[in-house]
Design a binder for this molecule. Sequence first.
Ligand code: ADP
Ligand code: MG
Length: 253
Amino acid sequence: MIGRVEMPAILEVQRLEKRFGGVVALAGVDLTVNEGEILGIIGPNGSGKTTLFNVITGVHRPTSGHVSWLGEDITAKAPHVVAKKGIGRTFQQAMAFSALSIAENVRIACQHSRKREDGANGGLTTPTEILDFVELSHLAGEGAANLGFGNLRKLGLAIALGSQPRLLLADEPAAGLNDRETADLATLIRAISARHITVAVIDHDMKLMMTLCERLIVLDFGYKIKEGPPEEVRNDPKVLEVYLGGDVELTGN
Ligand code: ADP
Ligand code: MG
């Protein structure tokens, strides 16, 4: 980390708690996302990762705690309001309008966007630019229903980019992808990051997460049990114990 300039926090989550009846999905999580980073969120199934994104984006109202974005309290704001403020997301279940073409899906996504307040995403604002960027232009007229997994994930990212986000939350973008598609996805996420879009990504693919992310946060039963650079997280006994039942190695090479 020597020589690295610490960037300002753009998103701050404080003591975030979310209960569903008796289930504690988030048990008081504190975290920050810093401008420009690629942050990874890992943890076993049911550890609260998707709920975290859902509470940040206003899909669920937290039981308690706060979410602040660029210094403004956005706790429990409606999803479309949060999106307009510059937080985009992709969904664990790849989502697109299957009756529409790829181009139409991206065009609709772009319709409701607001210009990014810092204007830092030049060249990534029109449907054409976004389709080119995710390398789907050659399939623009195809129905979204005909897409394979890899291209459907790209379309999900394109739709999220349509809102001109300053922060992109990606929920398991590599789920169901083969090795080559996963490598393409990593390249695409790095390219998104290079376009001045901060990224927070959830995924189970440890090789992907260890190589893609500069910092990892580990959730377990709704608690943040560890955060740090990948090499530190992968050697943490608590992480190995709760995440994989101990006596294993988290490989990232
Ligand atoms: P992860 O994404 O880490 O797999 P989730 O955030 O989806 O975990 O789920 C965390 C916990 O919250 C799980 O026990 C899950 O069953 C529960 N949960 C998530 N969403 C809901 C919901 N809408 N209603 C009830 N329980 C939910
Ligand atoms: Mg999930």
